[in-house]
Design a protein around this ligand. Structure first.
Ligand code: FES
Length: 121
């Protein structure tokens, strides 16, 4: 397993593993590790907006909707401690990765309500 450590925000807030990248997203429904690239055509999912009902992420490129509940339930196992996130991917432990910066949309920088935990609504 590959254990990634990266910043919650600012420089180094995006872990890049091969052609995949991950950021820590915070919404009113919970916090979770978000793939920063849209599965449709690689758009910047880290800049996604929430749908009007707050239940889906809308990609800024073509508008594909991703269920927030699904991301929260089936996402990358992770925990936030202070300003750092530790996430676990199924990749080999010696898989190289780098840390970069990705800005987050306002909708992905909202503090979840007290009492919620990583990956759970
Ligand atoms: S790249 Fe995200 S909807 Fe097309």
């Amino acid at each position: 397993m590959l254990v990634l450590r990266f910043a919650v925000a600012g420089p180094g807030n995006c872990a890049v593993v091969g052609d995949r990248s991950f950021v820590w997203a915070r919404t009113a429904r919970g916090s979770f590790v978000l793939p920063a690239r849209c599965p449709h055509r690689g758009g910047p999912l880290h800049l996604a907006r929430l749908s009007a009902d707050g239940g889906r992420l809308l990609c800024p490129w073509h508008g594909s909707a991703t269920s927030l509940s699904r991301l929260l339930k089936t996402g990358v196992p992770a925990v936030r401690r202070g300003e750092e996130v530790t996430a676990v991917l199924p990749d080999a432990g010696d898989t190289p990765y780098s840390l970069e910066h990705r800005p987050l949309s306002r909708d992905l920088r909202t503090a979840p309500p007290a009492g919620t935990t990583a990956g759970r609504p």
